[in-house]
Design a protein around this ligand. Structure first.
Ligand code: NAI
Length: 299
């Protein structure tokens, strides 16, 4: 069965190139009306260009419907204005893909505080801004699909990307609370950790890998995660045609008797605390608390 996006209105941030462009084109091919947001800056976030308008032209050439938006995700007022324009033209917003991003890589020792906060601001606060701008609309519609873009750096770490990694894992955290708050309103929220040959990775990937890791190989996962039957609260990795899931797990751990709750007591059972046999995937913070209570009761 074909998965259609007919009559859906989608916003893709940072869609003037790379992954966002691939998502926007595929959404439009499948019938969505697409807001192509991008301020069109360089990889480090400086400058502007008409990157969004060029992608809109491409979509229109293929017979699709799209609107360019040059707003910055770091400016909440610009995100509100973007949502208002989409609603005015197309009557609602059903899908938001938070994809805009920048890089300012340096080892933490050499990283300026301003480059730490700028990268966190674009990825984390930027996704918060765009999401906040559509949230009420999605609640009122009783329909919303939101995708956050994390990264292997956020989930697993990468030398030289402390700012980026902090923001990216933050987005997985944002997903985990928003999926709970959105559930009642049919709002599903997921996280994607893509790997793709784009200008973000062009000087990192060897040429062969750059060719194999196309944005078009990531788009199927992104689109499935914002489709009608999307799951919620998933972290999905996608690259070069391979797809997998990542989980935040909790080990059964150890409940120590009162007289052993000491630094030495923890040291003595540290292997048991970290033993992954029987680990679970809590679906909320309160599930963690319940698991702790059960462990204390010796269940
Ligand atoms: P890209 O650099 O081609 O795309 C990012 C886009 O975001 C650019 O077009 C840029 O102009 C736009 N942008 C930057 N700041 C913005 C702002 N303030 N407001 C609006 N738009 C803004 O890079 P790529 O690879 O397509 O990245 C897309 C997303 O995927 C990013 O969030 C990135 O961190 C993430 N990602 C990419 C990976 C890869 O292997 N390419 C790996 C993991 C994550």
């Amino acid at each position: 069965m074909t998965i259609s996006f007919a009559d859906r209105v989608a916003i893709v941030t940072g869609a003037g190139g790379g992954l966002g462009r691939a998502y926007a084109l595929e959404l439009a091919r499948r019938g969505a009306k697409v807001v192509v947001n991008d301020l069109g800056g360089a990889r480090d976030g400086t400058g502007t260009s008409d990157a969004a308008a060029i992608v809109v032209e491409e979509i229109e050439k293929e017979g699709g419907e799209a609107m360019a938006n040059g707003g910055s995700v770091t400016e909440y007022a610009q995100m509100e204005e973007m949502v208002a324009k989409a609603k005015e033209k197309w009557g609602g917003v059903h899908i938001l893909i938070n994809n805009a991003g920048v890089l300012r890589d340096k080892s933490f020792a050499k990283m300026e505080p301003k480059d730490f906060s700028f990268v966190v601001d674009v990825h984390l606060n930027g996704s918060g801004n765009a999401t906040k701008a559509v949230w009420e609309t999605m609640r009122e519609q009783n329909y919303g699909r939101i995708l956050m873009t994390a990264s292997s750096t956020g989930l697993y770490g990468n030398f030289g990307q402390a700012n980026y990694g902090a923001a990216k894992l933050g987005l997985a955290g944002l997903t985990k609370t928003l999926y709970l708050e959105g559930a009642k309103y049919n709002i599903k929220v997921n996280t994607l950790a893509p790997v793709a040959g784009t200008r973000m990775t062009e000087d990192i990937f060897p040429p062969e890998a750059f060719k194999a890791f196309t944005p078009e190989n990531v788009a199927p996962a992104a689109l499935y995660l914002v489709s009608e039957d999307a799951p919620t609260n998933m972290i999905i990795g996608a690259g070069a045609g391979a797809y997998h899931a990542a989980y935040v797990t909790m080990t059964p751990g150890v409940a120590l008797p009162e007289n052993e709750r000491t630094v030495e007591g923890v040291a003595a059972v540290f292997d048991k605390i970290t033993d992954r046999t029987g680990e679970i995937v809590p679906q909320s913070g309160s599930e963690q608390s319940m698991a702790i209570m059960k462990a204390l009761q010796g269940e």
